[in-house]
Design a protein around this ligand. Structure first.
Ligand SMILES: *[C@@H]1O[C@H](CO)[C@@H](O)[C@H](O)[C@H]1NC(C)=O
Ligand SMILES: *[C@@H]1O[C@H](CO)[C@@H](O)[C@H](O)[C@H]1NC(C)=O
Ligand SMILES: [Zn+2]
Length: 439
């Protein structure tokens, strides 16, 4: 108890004194022309942990994104040149981009002060959520999916216009450095509450929305206080920190695309659900069980829409329907700004990776439609997407989510929208019958 209670304080004190800097760290955008070149990059990926791959070398990769520390750049470029691999420098000095990043202040009790051209820290996001509950007390409630390793609440909100609705569940920010995901999801929340667009209003009314902007609160705080490019949670393992919370779910755990080495970014943890963040969220999801129609897991980057599973390229479950629905929704996404998305199951569209939330939800809760978004961009800024792209990213993503509902209905999914009124009608009929019989 003692340790658990005081650990956050210690870490926070330590935090403010030491901030990791990325001076002269460079982001490369590599354009492989053949499978041989991909293999050369894979060798590097497998054997050299000095390089941080933001986009992995997978077969058919359009591009590969890699960050190098200044002292390793010479060796890295020589390696690429020797193998004839084309590359460009996407960002010469990552610290410059971090310095230019806009992190805003939200004014308590003023929901209109929430902006879409700036990122926010965890406190600001949660304060805004609390204010929404005050502003819309009959529609919005605060929900909690549990507690993080350092003792932070995993906070979300539920938007509900009444009983009996089916659920759309959105999990975002499980990877700490993917800041565009909480920002996008906050915009969606705002639209669901304040939009005057009839389709958006109908979507808000017809479903119970469970939305968790930051499911990895310790990691997210760490990206604001100490290391902007942190991905995992913050639990110590030996001398290392953090488990990749999207490799820790109890579904084909540690089978593919994850590591037993705690120093890596894809460390799966000592066992499935070893981490409080994943265990608590999974238990919370179990209580909602078969009421969930759509589950969305938000990530960046690469502009890809993924469906389960990550262990095989085989089309499992309702693969064909899910992909068809998803592709149409990505058509709707591209209308506003022309942003192209590719799609496929995790294994075919990015890489074989197991132990992710999407696979677990599909396998264990049988949720009909599960999608994993990899939001903007395609390697120019990666995890450091400038704040002026928050609004367009959020708008187009919201367009696609509204269309996802529309397409799902066309394919015979989600009877929810109508069933609220239908079941209400039936209830009236039934109660008339009951009354008729006994009176
Ligand atoms: C970054 O590189 C520039 C140019 O080579 C150099 O002048 C500067 O000292 C470097 N900064 C750090 C912090 O290493
Ligand atoms: C992949 O995972 C799913 C879900 O656990 C399972 O049903 C399927 O048999 C697995 N396929 C392969 C090839 O491992
Ligand atoms: Zn991610």
């Amino acid at each position: 108890m003692f340790i658990k209670t005081f650990l956050p304080l210690l870490l926070i004190t330590y935090a403010s004194s030491e901030k990791f800097r990325f001076d002269n760290y460079t982001l490369y955008r590599i354009l492989p022309k053949s499978l041989d070149e991909i293999k050369v990059l894979q060798n590097l990926y497998d054997s050299d942990s000095r390089f941080d791959f933001w986009k992995d070398p997978v077969p058919n990769a359009e591009y590969v994104s890699v960050v190098s520390a200044p002292q390793d750049k010479g060796e890295f470029e020589t390696y690429l040149n020797r193998n004839g691999i084309e590359f460009e420098v996407a960002m010469q000095n990552i610290q410059d981009t971090i310095n230019r990043e806009v992190v805003g202040k939200y004014t308590r009790n003023n929901i209109r002060s929430m902006r879409w051209d700036t990122y926010y820290n965890l406190n600001e996001i949660n304060t805004w959520l609390e204010d929404l509950v005050m502003e819309y007390p009959s529609i919005v409630t605060m929900i909690s999916a549990g507690t993080s390793y350092e003792g932070r609440d995993i906070t979300g909100i539920k938007i509900s216009h009444g009983e009996g609705r089916r659920i759309i569940f959105i999990e975002s920010g499980i990877h700490a450095r993917e800041w565009i995901t909480p920002a996008t999801v906050c915009y969606l929340i705002n639209e669901l509450l304040r939009s005057t667009d009839p389709e958006t209003m109908a979507a808000a009314r017809d479903f119970d929305w469970y939305i968790f902007p930051v499911t990895n609160p310790d990691g997210y705080v760490w990206t604001h206080t100490n290391n902007r490019l942190w991905r995992k949670n913050r639990r110590p393992y030996g001398t290392e920190f953090g488990v990749d919370l999207n490799r820790n779910w109890n579904t084909n755990w540690l089978m593919q695309g994850s590591s037993t080495d705690a120093s890596t970014n894809t460390y799966a943890g000592p066992g499935p659900f070893s981490e409080p963040e994943t265990r608590d969220l999974a238990n919370y999801l179990k209580t909602l069980g078969d009421k969930i129609d759509i589950y969305l897991s938000m990530h960046s980057s690469g502009q890809i829409l993924l469906i389960p599973f990550g262990n095989t390229t085989e089309p499992l479950a309702n693969y064909h329907d899910a992909l068809n629905i998803g592709r149409r929704a990505m058509g709707a996404l591209s209308v506003r700004y022309g942003t192209p998305y590719t799609s496929g199951n995790i294994a075919e569209a990015i890489y074989k990776a197991t132990g992710s939330s999407g696979d677990w939800v599909k396998e264990h809760l049988n949720v009909p439609l599960v999608y994993i978004y990899e939001l903007r961009d395609r390697g120019t800024f990666g995890h450091l997407l400038p704040a002026d792209q928050i609004l367009p990213t959020a708008e187009e993503t919201t367009d696609s989510i509204i269309d996802l509902i529309h397409q799902a209905k066309r394919f015979g999914y989600m009877s929810s929208g109508n069933s609220v009124t239908v079941s209400f009608g039936i209830k009236i009929v039934l109660s008339i019958m009951v009354f008729g019989k006994f009176w």
